[in-house]
Design a protein around this ligand. Structure first.
Ligand code: NDP
Length: 467
């Protein structure tokens, strides 16, 4: 049965209307999020993904590491024997990876930061959970710690790129271990939610909606404290290695460091916007989120960096492009970042304001047009407001397009000798297209005619005037 709550509307800052969800009458909040829909091809589809993802990660890494980016036949025997030999999980790699994860968990637990309320969770009778947002402080402390460790040779950052294969395997094992552990603990505690009854499917989608370790929300921790930080350090490691080998850092490698810095920094500086996102309120903490964040994101999104690194060793010098191409890649990255950052912050701050949880922050960098004053919006019968101002008046998923601009720039900076650095943008097109379909269907169910009106007012999805 859908749960019902009512909405009281009161004026707020920025001219936006704040909505408090209370258990009274008037407008109805329907728990559409409690519906079980088999996605990703159901149990067979997710089984294939749970087996296929790790194999794909090993395959792509092996093709780069041993065949200079040539896509060899997947059943090539030599390939797998080399992978087993070179990517075997060493004790050293285990120590590096787990120490890092535990240190980040420690920071997430103890660093100071604002506490932000999440969106009302329909399955919890509209309750808003508290999220400790100490991402910025943790990020800066991580940067300082890594500098000290490297500078005084306690841990040379070059060790990361030198041990990438074993580290990847350790991350894969960690992803599976956490998936099973969280699932079993959730079932024992009786905290499972929206279960399909098929154990494989439920392992993939997860059992727990908001698992916590004390005051640390594990889902938010996994989404932003591990994947992007590891990815950033893989690129930093490759850049330091390049500097040690050639005496300088090339524009191509510097690009990767900048690209990954921008992503991890954005997640940290805008962390207070995350508690109201779809992942926090709707997705459960299963293999899909756990594996992808602990292993998939850092160790497949870094393939461009690995390619640049291995090419510089093969060629005796770093890859360089014409100034025009290099400029184009940087321009694509920075313009994509600007749209992505401001579009996300416009919508999230708008939603936080109407949720009564907006807090002004001065975390670096605050970009112009990141917060809208008196934006236009549609007031839905369900109670939520749908933003139609700012970037959101141009296209319904403009932040996805901007994210894709960045993703393609990560590939373009590697040139066109091998398709492997394009795995991330290609995969990302698939992920975002799938996410759009899921999200549009969900919003259409949730908002009904109001969603139709929104689609009428903002007809384009990705590119204004085109599609
Ligand atoms: P969105 O930020 O698009 O959130 C979708 C939800 O936002 C909808 O379900 C709806 O929620 C609400 N919404 C949609 N349109 C509006 C509107 N006009 N006004 C107000 N609320 C609206 O989805 P994601 O969580 O997928 O993406 C967040 C960011 O993360 C994106 O920039 C994306 O590119 C990035 N991302 C990156 C990934 C990576 O691997 N690099 C992977 C996935 C995402 P409600 O039901 O509350 O109304």
């Amino acid at each position: 049965m859908p749960s019902k709550h009512t909405v009281k509307v009161k004026p707020n800052i920025n001219g936006i209307t704040s909505v408090d969800i209370k258990q009274k009458k008037n407008v109805t909040l329907i728990d559409t999020d409690n519906e079980i829909v088999f996605e990703f091809g159901g149990p067979w589809g997710v089984t294939a993904m749970m087996i296929g993802f790790p194999l794909l990660m090993f395959y792509l890494w092996g093709c780069l590491q041993f065949y200079r980016g040539k896509l060899v036949l997947p059943l090539e025997g030599e390939l797998w024997s080399q992978i087993i030999k070179e990517a075997w999980p060493t004790w050293y790699a285990t120590k590096i990876y787990l120490t890092f994860c535990l240190y980040e968990l420690f920071l997430a637990y103890f660093m100071p930061g604002p506490i932000v309320k999440g969106a009302p969770v329909a399955s919890l009778n509209g309750k808003k959970l508290d999220y400790l947002c100490n991402g910025v402080m943790s990020w800066y402390v991580t940067l300082i710690t890594s500098y000290i460790l490297h500078r005084y040779s306690y841990f040379r950052l070059t060790e990361i790129i030198d041990n990438l294969g074993p580290l990847m395997t350790v991350s894969i094992i960690t992803g599976f271990t956490i998936t099973f552990t969280v699932y079993i603990v959730t079932i024992i505690q009786g905290n499972q939610y929206r279960m399909s009854g098929n154990i494989v499917y439920d392992l993939f989608m997860g059992a727990a909606l908001n698992p916590r370790l004390g005051r640390v929300d594990l889902k938010m921790f996994a989404e932003i404290r591990v994947p992007w930080v590891v990815l950033f350090y893989i690129s930093v490691s490759a850049a330091v290695k390049e500097y040690e080998m050639f005496g300088y850092v090339s524009a191509t490698m510097a690009f990767m460091v900048l690209a990954h810095f921008l992503y991890v920094n954005a997640c940290a500086k805008g962390e207070e916007c995350i508690p109201t996102t779809w992942d926090m309120t709707y997705e459960k903490f299963g293999f899909m989120l756990i594996f992808w964040n602990f292993a998939g994101v850092p160790f497949t999104y870094c393939l461009g960096t690995l390619y640049l690194h291995l090419s510089s060793i093969d060629n005796g010098r770093p890859i360089q492009h014409s100034p025009a191409w290099t400029f184009f890649c940087y321009a694509l990255l920075i313009s994509g970042y600007y749209i992505w950052d401001t579009a996300n912050s416009q919508k999230n701050r708008f939603r936080m304001t109407l949720n009564g949880t907006y807090i002004p922050r001065s975390t670096f960098p605050q970009l112009p047009w990141g917060t809208l004053k008196n934006p236009s919006y549609i007031k839905t019968k369900q109670g939520n407001l749908i933003l139609t101002g700012g970037w959101w008046g141009y296209a319904r998923k403009i932040h996805y397009s901007a994210d894709l601009m960045m993703a393609f720039s990560w590939g373009f900076i590697c040139g066109f000798n091998t398709p492997i650095p394009y795995f991330y943008p290609a995969f990302f097109v698939f992920v975002l297209t799938h996410r759009v379909t899921r999200d549009m269907e969900r919003c259409a169910r949730k908002y009904g005619k109001d969603w139709d009106e929104y689609c009428r007012q903002v007809p384009y999805i990705f590119i204004p005037g085109v599609y």
